[in-house]
Every structure is written in structure tokens, then in C-alpha cells.
Write a protein that binds this ligand. Structure first.
Ligand SMILES: [Zn+2]
Length: 294
């Protein structure tokens, strides 16, 4: 009913009223959910984009987790100068999702909403979700569309063992941590298929299995063995990138030298040699360039 009214109205109404209507319809649609969402975004265009993506991502996660959120979520833009891409503050039935870079909000929203769903699920069953699981699923869900294994090559040395961290690593190691955890969970996803089978994994944990045991059952292979295998692949790629970087540094001066010599030869080739000058003078006479056309 709202839909048909809107189509008639938008043709006649001013921009301000139209905006008012869109926001109103948005509020109605959101009020229909047990989930309450407030967007604290002033820019009307950005507000529209964020709320649309929010609804899509929320639907996607509802299907994966097979339950609906009954919480309050505030979505707002953070400090532009902040180095953090985005984060979520988790309270009892209340979450604040902060999107820092408006341009990359799509990925950040996916990442933070996965944290929200995992946290809401864990609170229901009183389950502990370690950092590697939280970040693993958040990064998997964020980057299903745009990740390359080659990212590991440029993630720095020494390699990161994501299972060893109870807290986030400091400084530039944080980026490497995200690359490793993303690769681990995309590898797990290729074997398990989280989109369709995440609920089964969560059920196993709810029934008292440890995360590693639940993964073992889903993989049909001991998680420790799987992890060792993955860790070797990841370390090898990390080492490859590190070695390549050193090769560039060592071979750099040599390559530069060769280029400089080549450039010198090229320059000489362009100048007119003394023999060539003689030829020109023979044909056109001395100071041939000063002669006027007859
Ligand atoms: Zn995160």
C-alpha cells in the first residue's frame, strides 16, 4: 500500500517532501522488524545507500544464522581522521556500528554486522567466541567477493599465527593479522561452505563442542592437521613475498645501472655525428641551415 501511494506522490511533490516521505517509509519498514535501527547520518544520499545495504546484508545474515535479531542498532559515521576503518560497540541488546570511511562503508557494514550476529548468537547460549573466530567470520563475510590469496605474499614477515592472539596485534602487524585470518577462513569456507552450513557448525558448539572440535567434524579431518597444512602454505607465501622484496632491493642498483648505460647510448645515437655533418655540408654547402629558400 505504501508503495503505490509513493509512486503517485513522488511525481507531484517537492524534493524536501519526497525526502521526508522516503525517510518515513524507511522508518515504517524498520518498525515492522523486531530489530530497531537508527541511522545517524545527515547526508541524505549516503543515508539512502547505507540503509539499503544494511537491509540487504541483514537479510543475508538472517538466512545464514537462521534467526532474527531482536536488538537495537545505531549506525553512525565516525571521526574521519581516525585510522580505524570501522568498529562496533557491543552492549546488552544494543550495538553501535561506527563507519569511519564513507567510501568503504559497504565492506565495513558487512564486517561489523557479522560481529553483531555472532555476538547476539553467543549471548543467547552463553558461549565464548574467541578473537580468531570473531575476526575470522567477520573477515570472511566482508571479503567473500574481493579477496586474493596473493594478498598473503605482501603481508610482511614473520608470518602471523592467528590462533595465538587473544588480543589484536599492535601497529602494522594488525593488517597482516587480518590478511592471515581472512585467508584461513576463506580456506575453511572452501571446504565447509559457511553460507549453507554455518548453522551446523554453531549447533555443534552450542552442544558443547570446542570450536576446534566443531571444525574437525565439519571438515571430516582433524582441525590441527588442517591448520598445520594451511599454516605451511600461508608461511610459504609470506616468505616468498619477503624474499621478493629483498631481491628488488639487492637487484635494484644493478638494474638502475643497466638502465643508465642504455639511456646514455640512446642519447648519443640521437646526436648528429661528425661524419654525418660532413655529408650534410657536402650536399647543402657550409652553414646550410642559414640559407634562404630560393
Ligand atoms: Zn572485526
Amino acid at each position: 500500500m505504501i508503495g503505490t501511494k509513493r509512486t503517485v506522490w513522488t511525481k507531484r511533490t517537492s524534493r524536501g517532501l519526497r525526502l521526508f516521505l522516503i525517510v518515513g517509509i524507511l522508518a515504517c519498514q524498520i518498525a515492522a522488524f523486531p530489530l530497531r535501527v537508527e541511522f545517524q547520518i545527515e547526508d541524505a544520499q549516503l543515508l539512502g545507500a547505507v540503509s539499503t545495504v544494511f537491509r540487504d546484508v541483514n537479510n543475508e545474515l538472517e538466512r545464514i544464522f537462521n534467526f532474527s535479531l531482536r536488538v537495537r542498532i545505531t549506525v553512525r559515521l565516525g571521526d574521519r581522521a581516525s585510522s580505524r576503518l570501522g568498529f562496533v560497540q557491543m552492549g546488552e541488546d544494543e550495538y553501535v556500528v561506527v563507519l569511519s570511511a564513507a567510501e568503504a562503508f559497504h565492506r565495513t557494514l558487512r564486517h561489523e554486522l557479522m560481529h553483531v550476529y555472532l555476538d547476539a548468537w553467543a549471548r543467547r547460549g552463553g558461549i565464548h567466541v574467541p578473537l580468531w573466530i570473531h575476526e575470522g567470520f567477520a573477515n570472511w563475510f566482508e571479503s567473500v567477493a574481493g579477496y586474493r590469496t596473493t594478498d598473503l605474499i605482501f603481508s610482511g614477515w614473520p608470518p602471523i599465527d592467528p590462533l595465538k592472539f587473544q588480543n589484536y596485534p599492535k601497529g602494522d602487524r594488525l593488517n597482516s593479522y587480518y590478511v592471515y585470518i581472512t585467508d584461513l577462513f576463506l580456506t575453511l569456507d572452501s571446504r565447509i561452505g559457511f553460507r549453507d552450513h554455518l548453522i551446523e557448525l554453531l549447533d555443534l558448539v552450542e552442544r558443547g563442542n570446542t570450536w576446534k572440535d566443531a571444525f574437525s567434524q565439519m571438515l571430516g579431518e582433524d582441525f590441527a592437521a588442517f591448520y598445520r597444512h594451511w599454516w605451511w602454505k600461508a608461511s610459504l607465501l609470506g616468505f616468498l613475498g619477503w624474499a621478493m622484496l629483498w631481491m628488488v632491493w639487492l637487484a635494484g642498483p644493478f638494474v638502475l645501472g643497466v638502465l643508465l648505460i642504455k639511456r646514455g647510448r640512446l642519447k648519443k645515437g640521437c646526436d648528429v655525428s661528425s661524419e654525418e655533418l660532413e655529408e650534410l655540408e657536402k650536399a647543402f654547402g657550409e652553414r646550410y641551415w642559414e640559407k634562404e629558400d630560393e
